[in-house]
Ligand binder design. Sequence first.
Ligand code: FPP
Length: 235
Amino acid sequence: MEGLPKHIAIIMDGNGRWATEKGKKRSEGHKQGAVALENIALYAKQLGIKVLSVYAFSTDNFKRSQEEVDYLMDLLIYYFNNKLDRVIKDGIKIVFSGRKENLRPDVILAINNIINKTKDNQECILNICLNYGAQEEIVDATLKIHQDLNNKKIKEEDITRESYYKYLYQELPPIDVLIRTGKEKRLSNFMLYQVSYAELYFLDVYFPDFNNQDLLEVLQDYTKRNRRFGDVKNN
Ligand code: FPP
């Protein structure tokens, strides 16, 4: 396909409703969500997408019941330790965005493990946003910039909208396509700096049901959109 996006981001919403509507426990929805993620990461790579960012757990998700938070963390550890073999073998490099504080030590260990295992992979990057908030990311970037200015590592004129990316949790290209599954139409504190010029897609499908065909349809539509970045070209 011509004119594919470099960076796709997905807000993986609707796991809970998917399960509840089927009379299952919410945890079953998260489990199926993880299967859908593994599948979509492999497909995105196969299509030639260079970066896929996904919202796995927000800083505000800690407000959920302890049982659900524990289940999600255990699921992440299980995936990082045992289940992502296909992703690893397929040359996908896994990186993380978010704050380490508040995460359980066993989660941090599993994160470090998978970062290490995949650090030399070069086909495509899977950026997992975990204990992540976009406003927190911007605050953290601002503090790092303040430090670099104080230490005279940079000058004020070095700070531009392009160089700001270096201070985010991961230095990745801007997001071209943002997909939110699960019927809601909001951004929920997700990668606000990086989505400035993204094309937005809000889908009615719950994340566990999100499949290759759904991604393909988004991409087919994206290649037809006229991205002007504030200019009047191609009008
Ligand atoms: C939102 O659905 C989803 C989450 C808070 C968790 C997303 C996590 C996964 C898909 C698993 C990730 C797995 C790996 C390996 C990174 P919701 O619970 O808010 O659904 P609802 O809005 O229907 O209640």
